[in-house]
Design a protein around this ligand. Sequence first.
Ligand SMILES: [Zn+2]
Length: 269
Amino acid sequence: MPRHHPTNPQSYRYSYYNNRPVSAPKPHRKLHPIKLGLALAIILVGYNILSPKPSHAGNQRPKAPLYSKSQTVCLDPGHGGVDPGATSADGTIVERDINLQVALSVRQTLNSQGYQVFMTRTDNDAALTNGDRYDFCNSKKATVLVSIHHNVFSDDSVDYDTDLFYKPTDQGLATSIVNATSAKLNIQNNGVAQFDDGVLSESNMPAAVSEAFFITSSAEYNILTQSNSTRLDDEAQGIATGIINYLKDPKAADANVMPGAPVLTQGQD
Ligand SMILES: [Zn+2]
C-alpha cells in the first residue's frame, strides 16, 4: 500500500514532495442539463456583446486617427531624376540622394511625434518642376513646407548652415530650423537669407529651404564617409526639431526672427 494513500475522501492529502497539505479534490457534481444550457446561453450572449463585430460597409466603427496632431508638414527633397543637384568633389555624394535620405528620416521623426507628413518625392527617379512641388504641397493644404537641400561652393573649406525664406511668414520657420539644425550638427549658424528659389513664393503656407551643410566641404566629406556615420540622421533630427518648435508656437518663432536678414541675388544650391 502507498504511503500517502488517503484513507478516506475527506482527509487531507499530503504532497509527496514537501509533505504539506493540499486541498482535497472536490467531488464531481453533475450539472442539470437545463442549468448547463442556461449557462452556455449566458456565455454566448456575453461574448456576442463584448466581442468586436466584423466590419460591414456603412456600419464601421470610427477609426482612431493615425496622427494625433492636426498640423501637417510637406517635405520637399530637392532635385531628383535627371537633376542630381550638387555633388562632393569626387562625385560620390550626390545632393539628390542625401536630400531624400534626410527627408525620409525627418518624416519618420515627425510621424513618431504624431504629425502627418506629405512628400513631393519618395524616390530618386522622380523629376519634379518647382510647380510640381508647390502645387502638391498647396493641394495637401499642409501647415508648413520645408525643402531640403545641401549647399555648394568652390572652396572646400567653406561649411555652414543657412536657411532660405521669401515671404514674411516664412522667416520664423526658417529661423527655427537653422537654429535647431546648426546646434544639432555643431556647425556655424549663418542664419537666414531671403531668396525666392521658385517654391517659397508660390507656397500658400510658411515655407523654408534648409541648407544644413556644404556637400563640397572636405570636413563634411570626412564625416559622411566614416563607417556608421550618423551625420544625416543628426541633420534630420535637427530639422524635425526646428519644425516641431515652430509648430508648437509659431508666434514665438515669428517673434524670434532677427531683423535685417540678407537678401540674396543668387540662391544657394
Ligand atoms: Zn539643391
